[in-house]
Design a protein around this ligand. Structure first.
Ligand SMILES: Cc1cc2nc3c(=O)[nH]c(=O)nc-3n(C[C@H](O)[C@H](O)[C@H](O)COP(=O)(O)O)c2cc1C
Length: 437
C-alpha cells in the first residue's frame, strides 16, 4: 500500500463529446445534445470516482472547421457555478486568459466561484493559444509571445493582491455596533505596474481557500517560468516517460529557484485511455474512433498545430513532402520530428499524433492502463494525470468503473475524499494572505 502522501492527483478535463478529434461522430456521443445535462452527469461521475478536480478549457473564438466539435463551449465561470450546485466535493477549475481580460474581473469571478462552491475553485491561467481570439478584442493579430507572458505575470500578481486585499475575519457583521465589515482589515492594493493600474480592494470577503488554486500549462521557457513561479497545478503534454521526467525535473527545479516548495507545484500530464475489458475491446474502441476522422477535420487540426494552411494537401502523401518552415511551438516540432523519423504520411500523422492534441494515448485493460500510470507516477514523471476521455460519456464511465478501482487497489489513489476544498484534495496549504493583521 502506498502512503497517503504518495497518492496520485487526478483531474478530469471535460470536453463535451470527448477529446478524440472524431469522438463527436460516435453514435453514443452527445446523448443530451449541447446541454448542461451532460456536464452535470460527468461532474457527478467524476466526483463518484473521487477525482481532485474537473477542468474546463476556454477559447474566446470559434474554431473555423465545421467538422470539429471543439468549437462551441459554455463560458467557464457560468458553467462551473452551475456545476458547483450539482456537486459537493470535486474541485472546479476554469480557464481565463490574461491577454483579453482585466485582473479585477478575473479576481472577482474566481473569488465568487470559491465562495459559491465552498472552496473548490481553481484558475487555469492562459495567455491565449488561439491567435483568432485577438480579432475579437480590437487587435489585428495576437499579442507577441514574450509580451503576453510579461502581462500574464503582472496580471497574476494583481489578482493575488486583490484576493488578499480583504483579510480573513474582515467580515464581522456586528449588528449592535452597526459594523458590517472591519475597515482596518480591508486594504487598497494601489498597484501601479507596466500594464495594470488597480486600486482595489476587491468587493468580496477573503475566499474559503484564501486564494483559489492557480493552474498553468505553459510549455515554452516563458510559460514554464510562469508555471513554476506561481502555479500549484501544471498541466502538460507528454508522450514519453523520458520527456515527462525531464519536464517534471525542470518544473521542480524552476519552482525551487523561485523560492517555492516543489511539492506545491503539482505536474499533471494529459492522458487519453481507451479502456476495454479485454485488450481487443480496447483496440476496437480506438480503431472505431480512427475510422470516424473526417479528412478535413484531420487537416484542420494539423493546420492549426503547424500554423499553416494544409487544407488542400493530399493526405496519402509523405508528411515530409510538406513545406513547413519556421516552426517554433515545441509540440509542433515534436510531431515533425516523429513524422520524419518514421516516414509517416499526412494521414498517419494526424491519426497517430494529432487526434489526441498531442497527449499520450493508452489502449488496454484497466490493469494495462494502471501499470503505465503507476510507472510514470513512481518514476518522478508526474504527480498525477489530467484524464482526457477519448469519448464521452463512455470514456469517463469506463475509467471510473474499471481503472479507478484498480488504482485504489494498488494504494496509489484515494478511496474517498478526506477534505472539502480543492486545496484539501491536492494537499496544498491555504495561503496566509499578505495583509493579515
Ligand atoms: C491541458 C492543457 C489545457 C490548456 N487549456 C488552454 C485553454 O483553455 N485556453 C488556452 O488558450 N490555452 C490552453 N492551453 C495552452 C497553454 O496555455 C499554452 O499556451 C500552451 O501549452 C503553449 O505554451 P506556451 O504558451 O508557453 O507557448 C492548454 C494546454 C494544456 C496542455
Amino acid at each position: 500500500m502506498g502512503d497517503a502522501r504518495r497518492e496520485m492527483k487526478l483531474g478530469m478535463f471535460f470536453a463535451p463529446g470527448g477529446h478524440h478529434l472524431a469522438a463527436w461522430r460516435h453514435p453514443d456521443a452527445y446523448p443530451a445534445g449541447f446541454s448542461l445535462d451532460s456536464y452535470v452527469k460527468a461532474a457527478r461521475t467524476a466526483e463518484r470516482g473521487c477525482f481532485d478536480l474537473l477542468f474546463v478549457a476556454d477559447v474566446f473564438s470559434l474554431t473555423p472547421s465545421a467538422n470539429r466539435a471543439d468549437s462551441f463551449r459554455f463560458e467557464p465561470i457560468t458553467l462551473l457555478s452551475a456545476l458547483a450546485m450539482a456537486t459537493s466535493r470535486i474541485g472546479l477549475v476554469g480557464t481565463a486568459t490574461t491577454s483579453f481580460n482585466e485582473p479585477y474581473n478575473v479576481a472577482r469571478k474566481f473569488a465568487s466561484l470559491d465562495h459559491i462552491s465552498g472552496g473548490r475553485a481553481g484558475w487555469n491561467i492562459v495567455t491565449s493559444s488561439s491567435p483568432i481570439e485577438a480579432l475579437n478584442f480590437g487587435y489585428d493579430a495576437h499579442i507577441e509571445h514574450a509580451e503576453r507572458y510579461a502581462r500574464a505575470s503582472e496580471f497574476v500578481e494583481v489578482v493575488r493582491k486583490l484576493w488578499d486585499s480583504c483579510e480573513d475575519g474582515a467580515l464581522v457583521i456586528d449588528k449592535p455596533a452597526g459594523a458590517f465589515f472591519d475597515k482596518n482589515r480591508v486594504h487598497q492594493i494601489d498597484h501601479k505596474g507596466t500594464y495594470y493600474k488597480v486600486r482595489g480592494p476587491l468587493s468580496l470577503p477573503r475566499c474559503p481557500q484564501g486564494n483559489p488554486v492557480l493552474v498553468q500549462a505553459g510549455s515554452s521557457e516563458a510559460g514554464m517560468i510562469l508555471a513554476a513561479g506561481v502555479a500549484e497545478v501544471i498541466f502538460t503534454i507528454q508522450r514519453t516517460l523520458e520527456g515527462a521526467k525531464d519536464f517534471y525535473a525542470g518544473i521542480k527545479a524552476k519552482a525551487v529557484a523561485a523560492g517555492r516548495d516543489p511539492g506545491h507545484a503539482l505536474v499533471m500530464p494529459g492522458v487519453l485511455p481507451y479502456v476495454g475489458r479485454t485488450r481487443q475491446e480496447a483496440q476496437d474502441k480506438h480503431d472505431l474512433l480512427l475510422s470516424l476522422i473526417h479528412p478535413e477535420a484531420g487537416l484542420s487540426a494539423l493546420s492549426k498545430l503547424m500554423e499553416v494552411d494544409l487544407m488542400s494537401s493530399d493526405i496519402e502523401k509523405p508528411f515530409a513532402s510538406l513545406d513547413i518552415a519556421g516552426l517554433t511551438q515545441t509540440r509542433a516540432l515534436g510531431v515533425v520530428e516523429t513524422a520524419r523519423k518514421e516516414g509517416l504520411s499526412i494521414r498517419e500523422v494526424y491519426e497517430r499524433l494529432v487526434v489526441s492534441k498531442g497527449h499520450r494515448q493508452i489502449v488496454g485493460t484497466a490493469s494495462d492502463i494502471a501499470d503505465i500510470m503507476q510507472e510514470w507516477f513512481e518514476a518522478s514523471a508526474c504527480d498525477g494525470f489530467n484524464l482526457m476521455p477519448p469519448m464521452m460519456p463512455n470514456g469517463l464511465d469506463d475509467f471510473v468503473e474499471l481503472v479507478i478501482p484498480e488504482l485504489q487497489r494498488r494504494g496509489i489513489f484515494r478511496q474517498s475524499y478526506r477534505g472539502n476544498t480543492l486545496r484539501d484534495h491536492l494537499g496544498l496549504p491555504r495561503p496566509a494572505g499578505r495583509r493579515q493583521s
